[in-house]
Structure formats: structure tokens, C-alpha cells
Design a protein around this ligand. Sequence first.
Ligand code: PLP
Length: 276
Amino acid sequence: MRVLAMLDGSLADPDRPLLRADDLGVQRGDGVFETVLVVDGRPRKLDAHLERLARSAALLDLPEPDRAAWRRCAAAACAAWDGPPEMVLKLVLTRGVDGTGVPTAFALGTPVPELVLRQRREGVRVLALDRGYEAGTGERAPWLLIGAKSLSYATNMAAQRYARAHDADDVLFVSSDGWVLEAATASVVVAHGSVLRTPPATAGLLPGTTQQQLFEAAEEAGWVTKVEPLRLDDVLSADGAWLVSSVRQLALIRSVDGRPLRASTHDATLRELLRL
Ligand code: PLP
């Protein structure tokens, strides 16, 4: 079950070829994307995703995305979906065919992968891996596109494969100077008592829309939230640590480098805060 919608709101056949071989999204990973969770036909926090799509596009000097058109496109995909209640909707915007200056834009809806559903239920074992740059590198080297959700995810996927080849489910990226960053496709949130913490974007990571949603709901429910640098010891000593992202939502971190974390009493509460 898959649906494909173009930016003008028309539907296309997801089984037919769509991209030209010289599209720069294919040739160089030159483009940006968002992954939106749709539940019962309604995209979750679409505004926050479109906001980040615009920020990512600006970092790559792509034309500003037309938000009304993207809403129309997402609505067309949601209306055409007759699969399970949850759909993964990937919004893709590439620089288009070399020399034309016309971006390629589409939204592809697919079911939530079984692996992701399992990680929501069972949690994840992570391997802490060096990201290869120091915290703060993004500000010194904006061409690395560290805060952009660019299509160039090959290194993230390579790190994930490395983790899986070494008896873990996912990677926990750490900067070369020892600061916790994020996972391959998720933010990291830790709890100490009733304080939730996540590292700042300036450390060199993608600001997460789900982490932000979680923190807003948590604050309303009386938690203290802090966006501040974290060390690996802060994760190891936590009363709960999670990978947090739009589709996976919350996956409890069970171990880091094979060292088990304390069982968390907060997991159910955080799930309620995200209305899981
Ligand atoms: N960090 C990275 C590198 C990601 O790819 C993602 C999402 O895919 C996230 C964090 C979490 O972002 P969000 O909660 O907006 O899905």
C-alpha cells in the first residue's frame, strides 16, 4: 500500500518511474525532506514539519517551499490512503534536473515499518559512535548542513548498519569532544527525576519536532525541561532515556554499548504526553 502525490495535489502511480536520471536529488543527494506521521488521515504537527522544511531549504539555498501547496499535496496523499490507520508521509524536495532551476517535489505515503513498531514497543539497544566532528562545528562550517534535513543520509544509514552489525539496534552519535548529539534518525531525550533534557541544536544536530512537541506537553504537565549539553554519563545515569522521532515516536533506550540502563518508570507517562 503506497500513495504518491505531486505538489499540485495530483496523484501519481507509485509503481511508475517518477524522477529523471539527472535529477540532482539522485545524482548528489541535493535536496531536503521531511517525514511526517499521519494518524487516521491527519498529519501530525504538519506546521512544524513545513517550518523545518523551509529552514532546511534555506540552508541549501533552495527556493522557499510553498507551504499551501505542500499542505494540499499532503491532504491529497492522506485522502488517497486506504491502508492501516498510521501512514509515513515523506515530503521530498530536490534541486531538480541540473540547469533547469525547477525543483522536484512530491510526497510518498507508506505503512509504518514493522521494525519501527517493534522498537516503539520493545525499545532499542544503542551503540555510541563518534560523529566525526566537535560540538559547535555547524556554526563554523555551515556547508556541512548539520542542522538541515538534507537528502544526504548515507552516513546516517552507514552508522545504523555499523550499529546493527555490532549487536545494537541504532547509533547514539557523540561529538569528537564527547557530547551526546542524536541518533541516525531520532533525537535523544533523558529524564532525571522530573527533569527532561535534550542536547541543543548548536551542539551539531537536527532540531527534532517530536522532542519539541514532547517538551511542550511535558511542561504543561508540570515537568521541568532543559535544552543543554549532555555527556554519555548523563544517559547512563538517567531514570529513562529515549530515541524520539516522528514515526518511531518514543523508543526506550535499553542499553548503551551493551551497558543496561535503569528501567524507567516514566515511559508510560511520556507516551501519554505524546498521545500515543
Ligand atoms: N535527528 C535526525 C538526524 C533525524 O533524521 C530525525 C528525524 O528523522 C530527528 C532527529 C527527529 O526529528 P523529528 O522528531 O522531527 O522526526
